[in-house]
Design a protein around this ligand. Structure first.
Ligand SMILES: Cc1cc2nc3c(=O)[nH]c(=O)nc-3n(C[C@H](O)[C@H](O)[C@H](O)COP(=O)(O)O)c2cc1C
Length: 389
C-alpha cells in the first residue's frame, strides 16, 4: 500500500483556557493557556481534526506530491502515528475513499488557504434563532455595553472645510428603486407569488442573455450581472414554497434554457422545515415564497484561475452581485428580497444532493410577496416601504 499526505492541510495553533487545580497550590490563578493543534483538512468529512505535536511533525515530513510505501514510512516513523494520521484523513492510502476525495480537491486547483477557509466555515444544524433574539433584545445602550464603542460610521480623512463637495443629481427611477430596496423579513404566507413574478426575478438575476463560444469548447454566458472571467460559476438552487403553477419542492435553475430542473417535490410541511434549516432557524426568512441558494462550482473558475490568490474571493464577489440584482429585480415588482450568510451549508448540500468538494453554497437569498404588517424588524429609515409610525 502506498501513502501520501493530502493536498491541502493548514495547521492552526488554537489557544484555549484550561483550569488546573495543581496550579492553585502554588498561589497562581489555576488558569492555564493550552494550545491545540487543529488541522483543517478540506477533503475530510470532519474538516477539522486535532493533532498531537508528533502527528503534526509526521504530517509535515510526508510528501503530498510523491507516494511512499507503507514499509518505507514504517522504517522512519511510528506505525501508530501513521495509522492515526490515516484515520484523520491527513495521510491518504492510494485507492481509498480518502484518496478519491483528495483527488477531487487536487483537480479543482484550490489555493490551499482558500480551501481551508471555505471548508472550515460551513455549518450543519446550527440554530441562530436564540442568538438573534438575544441581539434583538439588546437595547441600544446595552449593545455598546456589551461590545464597546462602535467604529465611526465614516472614516474622515480631512477637515470638513477641505472636502470637495459634489453636486447631487435630481433623483431618477433608479434612486426610487434603490430607496425601496429594504431587506424583507415579513413575507405573506397567505398568498402565492405569480409565475410571471417568479420567472422574471430568476431571469433577470441568473438568466443567460447570450451564450458565446469564446475559444474552441469554452463557452461564456452573458448575464445581467458581471462575473470574474465571464465564467459564471454560480448555480441557482431553489426551494419553492408558494408559487402559482410550481409545485413546492427543490429545483435547479437552467440559465440558458430559462427553465426549472425538478429535483424533488416536497409537501408544505417539509418545505417549511427545509427553509428553516437552510437559514439556521432565522424565523423571519422561513416564509419566503422562494429561496434561491447560490452555489459556486469551484472547478469552473479555478480551471482558469489555478491556485490563484484572488480566485476564491472572486466567487464570493460574484454572489454579492447576484444578490443585489435579485433585490432590485424583486423590488421593481413590489416584492421583498433578502440575503443571509448565516446558513447551514452542509444541510443544503445534502438536500440538493451536492458534492461539497465540487459545489457548495455561499449564502441563501430569497424573495416573495411582502406581508401587510411589519412584525419582524426591517431597516427602513426612509419609510420607503413601511409608513412612519
Ligand atoms: C452578506 C450579508 C449577510 C447578511 N446576513 C443576514 C443575516 O444573517 N440575517 C439577517 O436577518 N439579515 C442579513 N443580512 C441583511 C442585512 O442585515 C441588511 O442588509 C442590513 O440590515 C441593512 O438593511 P437593508 O438591506 O434593508 O438596507 C445580510 C446582508 C448581507 C449583505
Amino acid at each position: 500500500m502506498r501513502l501520501r499526505r493530502c493536498a491541502h492541510l493548514v495547521i492552526e495553533p488554537r489557544e484555549r483556557l484550561s483550569f488546573d487545580l495543581s496550579l492553585l497550590a502554588g498561589g497562581a490563578s489555576g488558569v492555564r493557556h493550552v494550545v491545540d493543534l487543529v488541522a483543517i483538512v478540506p477533503h475530510a468529512p470532519a474538516v477539522e481534526v486535532e493533532l498531537s505535536a508528533d502527528e503534526a511533525a509526521l504530517a509535515l515530513a510526508v510528501s503530498s506530491a510523491e507516494w511512499s510505501t507503507e514499509d518505507e514510512l514504517a522504517q522512519l516513523h511510528a506505525p501508530a502515528l501513521l495509522a492515526s494520521l490515516r484515520t484523520k484523513d491527513v495521510l491518504v492510502a492510494e485507492g481509498s475513499d480518502a484518496d478519491r476525495r483528495d483527488r477531487v480537491v487536487r483537480a479543482a486547483h484550490w489555493r490551499p488557504l482558500a480551501a481551508a477557509a471555505h471548508y472550515a466555515s460551513r455549518w450543519q444544524g446550527v440554530d441562530v434563532e436564540q442568538a438573534g433574539r438575544d441581539l434583538a433584545e439588546n437595547t441600544r445602550s446595552a449593545l455598546v455595553d456589551h461590545l464597546g464603542e462602535a467604529p465611526p460610521v465614516v472614516r474622515e480623512r480631512c477637515r470638513p472645510d477641505e472636502r470637495v463637495s459634489l453636486e447631487r443629481q435630481a433623483p431618477t427611477a433608479l434612486d426610487a428603486l434603490l430607496d425601496r430596496r429594504v431587506t424583507c423579513r415579513n413575507f405573506d404566507r397567505t398568498r402565492a407569488l405569480s409565475l410571471a413574478q417568479f420567472s422574471s426575478v430568476l431571469y433577470r438575476t441568473y438568466g443567460a442573455r447570450a451564450v458565446d463560444e469564446y475559444a474552441p469548447g469554452v463557452h461564456l454566458l452573458k448575464k445581467g450581472v458581471p462575473s470574474a472571467g465571464g465564467l459564471h460559476p454560480t448555480e441557482a438552487y431553489l426551494l419553492v414554497q408558494r408559487v402559482d403553477g410550481v409545485a413546492p419542492g427543490l429545483y435547479h435553475y437552467h440559465p440558458v434554457d430559462h427553465a426549472l430542473e425538478p429535483l424533488r417535490l416536497v409537501d408544505a410541511e417539509e418545505a417549511a422545515a427545509l427553509a428553516r434549516r437552510f437559514v439556521a432557524a432565522q424565523a423571519w426568512f422561513v416564509d419566503a415564497h422562494v429561496m434561491v441558494v447560490p452555489t459556486s462550482r469551484f472547478a469552473r473558475t479555478f480551471w482558469k484561475y489555478r491556485r490563484h490568490p484572488k480566485a476564491h474571493r472572486a466567487l464570493i464577489l460574484d454572489v454579492g452581485h447576484l444578490s443585489q440584482t435579485m433585490y432590485l429585480a424583486a423590488t421593481e415588482l413590489g416584492l421583498g428580497a433578502f440575503i443571509t450568510a448565516a446558513v447551514n451549508e452542509v444541510d443544503i448540500e445534502q438536500a440538493f444532493d451536492l458534492d461539497p468538494l465540487e459545489e457548495s453554497p455561499l449564502a441563501v437569498t430569497g424573495f416573495g410577496l411582502r406581508g401587510a404588517e411589519r412584525n419582524e424588524m426591517e431597516f427602513d429609515p426612509l419609510h420607503a416601504v413601511w409608513p412612519a409610525t
